[in-house]
Design a protein around this ligand. Structure first.
Ligand code: APR
Length: 228
């Protein structure tokens, strides 16, 4: 019987597409303060600053193309069907543009806005201003981004998938931001094999069974093709 696989990706999978990671050299959080652009308090204090930051990121996205690692995961989804679940911490759309159909953006989605009244989400490609309103109910909106201090999305679905998978792989993430950083220990405690694919691999991590060191574009396609 085919194994159930859950994959978690982080900023490292998009690095070779030219997108900054968060904590690497020249990472995003070297250039911006989290407290200025990525907390509920920042949004209350200076909403324009927060919206402009995500407008800037959204505007730049079309210049970046999905790479071989994104495409390999899309092919894996095609091959494994409902035995495969892709979770990403990334807010970019490179998995979708690489061909993935079902992606759980647990930290939100740069290509969507959300209304602050009823939580309606809608696709958005342009520049959000203070006057942008929800097309469904007319309420004020915000970027559909999970800020520090907010609860990530799809947690129940993710927990169920981790509980029932045979293998959990995490790719291109520093594994420091919870709850995503805890997925490997949870999956392991539920009986899954845990694989890490990253540029820098953890040393003596008690929850990781297999480590595959290298650039995502080099290691992910090989690993994905060999997965049975
Ligand atoms: N191939 C594989 N891995 C890479 C590559 C590459 N080409 N380049 C960098 N990496 C690895 C780094 O070694 C690092 O472990 O990707 C990881 C990126 O880590 P972070 O910058 O911390 O990104 P991430 O883990 O996705 O951050 C988690 O933090 O600020 C928040 O909400 C934001 O979703 C983000 C969360």
């Amino acid at each position: 019987m085919r194994k159930r696989l859950v994959v978690l990706t982080g900023a490292g999978i998009s690095a070779e597409s030219g997108l900054r990671t968060f904590r690497g050299n020249d990472g995003m959080w070297e250039h911006e303060n989290i407290e200025d652009v990525c907390t509920p308090d920042a949004l209350r204090r200076d909403p324009k600053r927060v919206k402009d930051f995500y407008n800037f990121l959204r505007k730049g996205l079309p210049e970046h193309q999905p790479n071989a690692a994104h495409i390999a995961l899309a092919k894996l989804e095609e091959r494994l069907g409902d035995k495969f679940l892709l979770i990403t911490q990334n807010v970019d759309d490179l998995h979708e543009r690489g061909g993935s159909k079902n992606v759980l953006h647990m930290h939100g989605d740069l290509m969507k806005l959300r209304c602050t009244h009823a939580g309606h989400e809608f696709e958005f490609r342009g520049e959000e201003t203070m006057d942008t309103r929800c097309p469904i109910c007319g309420s004020p909106v915000r970027p559909d981004i999970v800020f520090f201090g907010e609860v990530p999305l799809y947690m129940e679905e993710i927990q169920d998938a981790l509980r029932n998978c045979d293998e959990f792989a995490y790719i291109g993430t520093s594994s420091v931001v919870y709850p995503a950083a805890g997925f490997k220990s949870f999956a392991k405690s539920c009986g899954a094999k845990v694989t890490c694919l990253n540029l820098e691999v953890p040393e003596n991590d008690p929850y990781t069974d297999v480590v595959i060191e290298g650039k995502a574009t080099e290691v992910v396609p090989k690993w994905a093709e060999a997965f049975e």
